[in-house]
Design a binder for this molecule. Structure first.
Ligand SMILES: [Zn+2]
Length: 640
């Protein structure tokens, strides 16, 4: 899932909370992307060679680039700061309900217009990353959005500084009824907000304290070079972070081994630098937490979502109980792959020969549409219309198009989907995944006012993973051979390993290094390697052989630079599995799930999930996911 703006709701709160961060690395990019493999490629056509009816319908957003430019001219206000003096004129007056009502109307309509402009600009740019006009337009809207944030940065401090009597008046004002939850969320920050001079100081320090993230990105994306990977025939393959995810799935063990070893050796040769960078980030989190009087970094990071750190601890202890299942699975891997031990480079090797029934894009759409039948006729009809009539999707690759897949859009647009469809099962699974996000966005936008139309990252992967499971059920019903079934099941098991087990392991690592730093313990490469290796043993068990190179895997995970982020993949997949087992059995559960999909960000994420039928403060959703893993493992054994 991608958004032009970060969640409009949590954006300002996030800014208050994590003054020192945050350029999230691929913040809401779907994890499933890394699970798809690239095909051998022929030269893709140019954008113009693709017929209009095979592209997404961006014209529904702005009929021509000219109409975008016209709206931009309307939105951009004055040429120099303050661009929007009328917004500034409300500063100091928001305690008055009438002024607040007028301000919020103006503020949100401008925010909405800028988001719409930004959505169009990023979609067009992603169609052709080399197009200078699109690059320029995207730059323009980014700059304008930056100005908008700067010129409205006073809003939350002002709300936080209101007297109790003023807050009470705002909360009772009928014209502000829709904003009550919004105000409430801001006001929860009161105990952790400092005096204005201290806030200013923290804001000034923010950029400097963010340098370790930027340095990591530069090292990881640009500077780091790796020795080529070598396949079993002795042929060399250029190794990058991008090709890594392709080669690591290869049936050729020599290629996989050399891919994993050479990539990690690249990181190992910079282990001291990478350790200092990560330490810098962890220290920034700890400083922020301390400055704002939180007991620790994890509490500070989860506070604005009203999530207790106990949720992460419970996730960890529950997933750890699945170690036996993981050992069982790895033993099966060992047997099928006929190897003496499972190394990290064997985890993603295909267990079953790809029985890929190649599908056309239209067949993939029909399959995905058929698979969502358990969600009811309305849901199915809306998805059908979106995929086949309204052209939500930009399915095919063209020269210079953005790689991977995402669902994106805004309140005034379709929930667009970008893909690079080549007809494999993985591509159809990606379509189901992104369609899950898009239907969540579609329903939330339809049922919520603008301010609550975006859902939080915590719940974002629920709808996508849910639809992956529906597709899996549907394909299993239609599978004709044992091999086909085994292929599908194996794919699902690998997805659960990648999200539930692996991301929980990451979450535990993250928690541990923050705790150590807060106790004053310096982080060194050997300490981090040792913690990481211990976790690998704890999660993967006795069947897993740990090569020295894999101990440094912590050094290459971009998400460790996003403050307590990874656990949400594991909680998301758990919630989706728990809901899937309920919804497929009862129409009442289905209706609750549909209500959840329609609720956007109108409540705290744990409250929304609870109403949908899963209580993430208990162990049972994660247990349901483990049960599903165990069940699939049993099915895999039967079908291999
Ligand atoms: Zn996703």
């Amino acid at each position: 899932m991608r958004r032009f703006f970060a969640n409009k709701f949590s954006r300002p709160l996030l800014r208050l909370l994590t003054v020192f961060s945050i350029f999230l690395l691929t913040p809401s990019e779907c994890l499933s992307k890394s699970l798809t493999t690239n095909e051998e490629k022929t030269m893709p056509p140019t954008r113009n060679e693709i017929p209009t009816d095979k592209k997404w319908n961006v014209e529904a957003l702005y009929s021509t680039p000219h109409s975008w430019t016209e709206e931009l001219a309307k939105a951009k206000g004055q040429e120099t700061a303050p661009r929007w003096p009328e917004l500034k004129s409300f500063q100091g007056r928001l305690g008055d309900p009438r002024a607040m009502t007028q301000f919020m109307d103006r503020y949100l309509s401008l925010d909405r217009m800028l988001t719409k402009l930004g959505t169009y600009a990023h979609l067009r740019l992603d169609e052709d990353l080399g197009n200078d006009e699109f690059k320029r337009n995207f730059g323009l809207i980014l700059g304008l959005s930056h100005d908008f944030r700067l010129e409205t940065a006073w809003l939350e401090p002002e709300i936080l500084s209101l007297s109790d009597a003023e807050v009470a008046r705002l909360m009772q004002e009928p014209s502000l009824k829709n904003y009550r939850f919004y105000f409430e969320r801001i006001l929860t920050m009161r105990p952790h907000t400092l005096s204005s001079d201290k806030e200013e100081l923290l804001a000034l320090a923010g950029k400097a304290l963010d340098s370790s993230s930027k340095a990591f990105q530069a090292l990881n994306n640009v500077d780091l070079q790796f020795d080529p990977a070598v396949d079993s025939a002795g042929k060399e393959h250029p190794l990058t972070n991008g090709t890594y995810s392709t080669y690591i799935h290869s049936p050729d063990r020599a290629l996989r081994k050399s891919t994993l070893i050479n990539l990690h050796r690249g990181f190992l040769s910079h282990a001291n630098t990478l350790c200092e960078l990560l330490q810098g980030k962890v220290q920034a989190h700890a400083f922020n937490a301390k400055a704002r009087q939180f007991p620790n970094s994890v509490t500070a990071a989860l506070f604005d979502k009203k999530i207790d750190p106990a949720v992460i601890r419970q996730l960890i202890s529950t997933v750890r109980r699945g170690k036996g299942m993981m050992e069982d699975y790895l033993a099966l891997r060992k047997k099928v792959l006929q190897v003496d031990a499972i190394h990290a480079y064997d985890l993603m090797a295909p267990l079953v020969h790809a029985v890929d029934r190649k599908m056309s894009y239209e067949q993939a759409c029909e399959t995905v549409i058929a698979s969502v039948a358990p969600l009811g006729a309305d849901y199915q009809a809306n998805l059908r219309k979106g995929l086949l009539e309204d052209r939500w999707v930009d399915p095919f690759e063209n020269a210079r198009k953005r790689s991977g897949a995402y669902s994106s859009g805004c309140y005034d647009s379709m929930p667009y989907i970008l893909m690079n469809f080549h007809g494999t099962l993985a591509d159809t699974m990606t379509l189901a995944h992104e369609a899950g996000h898009s239907m969540h966005s579609y329903l939330s936008r339809k049922h919520q006012p603008y301010i609550y139309s975006d859902y939080s990252i915590f719940v974002a992967e629920v709808a996508s993973t849910f639809n992956e499971q529906l597709l899996m059920d549907h394909l299993m019903e239609g599978a004709k051979t044992k091999e086909e079934k085994a292929y599908l099941i194996s794919d699902q098991i690998d997805r659960i390993r990648g999200t539930l087990f692996r991301q929980t392991l990451f979450a535990e690592f993250e928690l541990k290094i923050h705790e150590l730093a807060e106790q004053g313990q310096p982080l060194t490469p050997s300490l981090l390697n040792q913690i990481y290796a211990t976790l690998l043993r704890d999660y993967y068990g006795s069947q897993f052989a740990i090569d020295p190179e894999i101990e440094v895997e912590w050094a290459r995970i971009p998400h460790f630079y996003s403050n307590f982020y990874v656990y949400q993949y594991a909680t998301g997949v758990s919630a989706a599995m728990a809901l899937h087992s309920q919804v497929t059995k009862s129409t009442k559960a289905r209706d609750k799930y549909l209500a959840f999909l329609s609720s956007g960000g109108s409540k705290y994420p744990l409250d929304l999930l609870k109403e949908a039928g899963v209580d993430m403060t208990t162990a049972s959703p994660v247990e349901a996911a483990l049960k599903r893993f165990e069940y699939l493992l049993g099915e895999l054994k039967k079908n291999l």
